[in-house]
Design a protein around this ligand. Sequence first.
Ligand code: HEC
Length: 146
Amino acid sequence: MNKFFQLILISMFWSCGPGSGNSTYNALSTTDKAKFDKYMILGKDVYNTNCKNCHQPNGLGLRGIIPPLSGSDHLQNFQKDLPCLLLYGSKDSIMVNGVLYPPQMPEHKISNLELAEVITFINNSWGNELGFVGVKDVDALLNNCK
Ligand code: HEC
C-alpha cells in the first residue's frame, strides 16, 4: 500500500472514535478524552439495561408518556439535577419541549460511576452535544438532592 493511502486510512480511524466531530470532545484534555470514550461505551450498556425500554433506542421517548432525551430542552437546562433525578426518580411533572410528562420516572439502583457514564452517553448521543460528566461531578451534585 502506498504512503498516501496509509495516511488516509490512519486519519479515518483517528477521526472515528466515539467522540469524533463533537465539540464537547474536542475541548477536553487528553485524559478526559480517554474517559469520554470509555464512558460513551459503558454508558450505552447502562442505558440499554436501565433506560432504553422507556426512552427508546433512538432517545425519542413516547410523546405525552415518556419524554425525549434527544434534543430535550429540559436535559439541556437542568444538567445539575440529573444525578438526583436518575438516582431517586421524579416527584413532579416535567415539561419537555412544550409537552408535560407524568412524574413516572423510577429510581435507579446504579453506582455514581454508572450515573456519570449514562449521563455522558445521553448528553452526547442522537445529535446531543451537552458535555462530559465525570464521577466527581456526580459525587458533588448528589450532595444537593432535594
Ligand atoms: C419506566 C420508564 C422510565 C425509565 C426506565 C427511565 N425513565 Fe427517564 N423518564 C421517564 C418519565 C415518565 C419521565 C418524565 C418524568 C416527570 O415528568 O417527572 C422521565 C424523565 C427523564 C429525564 C428528564 C426529562 C428529559 O427528557 O430531559 C431524563 C434526563 C431521563 N428521564 C433519563 C433517564 C435515564 C438516563 C434513564 C436510565 C438510567 C431513565 N430515564 C429511565 C420514564 C422512564
